[in-house]
Design a protein around this ligand. Structure first.
Ligand code: AMP
Length: 320
């Protein structure tokens, strides 16, 4: 059972609450090559589903659905399993390689360019949610084509809370499918540039409200180091990012934010807007750790106690 295996992991000092609900994460599992102005890494562990599920695993039992190729190393499987992540839903494409992404960051680390993308195993990925996972109460649809997100939604049985992430590529190339996703989820995570692109509105507040009208009750607009905006049934809220002095690699910040947030909600078993705001703060903190090193290296080192310690200083910073 996931809770038991989590407690065996010495990295997780605070055990997950015994009544924590499970979170289903569907996303890419990848090899990333990353170039920053100061350093670079080749073929390290990455992917929206990978970051999302690792971030969530600090708070709740996680079930990951995705696909890898025949080159996914045993060490990576073991790492995810040791975090208590259930990999029953991860398919292995025998005759293909794992999804590969090569990104290069601008000197200020605020923007990046995709230099190469090889879909490989991901190209024909048809997510089959194991029967035992279909009634998972909390679901995070990390960045995948919206057609895949729809396939997942079709297989879910009475989920309590479904959040999805998306990116500019799908707004551009799969808008009708994305609009269908929006009608069927509770919350959307999107960055400010994409929110403007999706709605064709310049003002980010107007854009957030317009997205709510397309379906989701909750909209979270991520603004990188400037934090996030929250649109719920009771109006608009803001949350700053936790200030990080030494950002090494921003890759996975968005997925870590979302995974941490959804994991926290599942751990609590809540869907209330108030708890969602606290959950966003936890997401922001997990993201702040993720960017302190390449790939998942920093997340590998921390535990729940480290997150709580950072939460104490974050709360102090938030007081006005
Ligand atoms: P983030 O920095 O939070 O946007 O997430 C970056 C991660 O998303 C990287 O680890 C990539 O492997 C993965 N990724 C990049 N492009 C795509 C894509 N088109 N579909 C799915 N995952 C992607």
């Amino acid at each position: 059972m996931a809770v038991a295996s989590l407690s065996r992991n010495s990295n997780i000092a605070l055990p997950i609450h015994p009544i924590a609900m499970s979170l289903l994460v569907v996303g890419s599992i990848a090899f990333d090559s990353i170039q920053t102005p100061k350093d670079q890494r080749e073929r390290v562990m990455g992917g929206s589903g990978t970051y999302g599920s690792i971030a969530a695993s600090f708070f709740a039992p996680v079930r990951l659905v995705g696909v890898v190729g025949n080159d996914w190393p045993k060490a990576n499987w073991d790492f995810l399993l040791n975090r208590g992540i259930d990999l029953t839903g991860v398919a292995v494409a025998e005759h293909a390689k794992t999804f590969y992404w090569l990104g290069r960051y601008t000197p200020d680390l605020c923007d990046r360019e995709t230099l190469e993308i090889e879909l490989n195993a991901f190209q024909h990925f048809d997510p089959v949610i194991p029967h035992a996972f279909r009634d998972t109460p909390y679901v995070f649809l990390a960045n995948t084509p919206p057609a895949i997100q729809l396939r997942v939604i079709d297989q879910l049985k009475n989920p309590q809370m479904v959040f999805a992430d998306t990116v500019d590529l799908w707004i551009e190339t799969m808008r009708p499918e994305l609009l269908s996703v929006l009608r069927r989820i509770d919350g959307l995570l999107i960055n400010d540039v994409e929110a403007r692109q999706l709605t064709e509105l310049d003002n980010v507040i107007a854009a957030g409200k317009a997205i709510q009208r397309l379906g989701p009750t909750f909209v979270i607009i991520k603004r990188g180091e400037h934090g996030a905006m929250f649109f719920g049934p009771d109006g608009v809220g803001v949350l700053p990012s936790y200030p990080v002095e030494n950002i090494v690699d921003p890759t996975g910040a968005g997925d870590s934010f979302a995974g941490g947030m959804m994991g926290y909600l599942a751990g609590l078993g809540s869907t209330s807007p108030t708890d969602l705001k606290t959950a966003m703060a936890y997401g922001a903190l997990v993201a702040s750790f993720a960017v302190e090193n390449f790939s998942i290296e920093r997340l590998e080192q921390i535990d729940r106690a480290a997150i709580e310690k950072r939460m104490a200083s974050y709360r102090a910073m938030l007081q006005v």
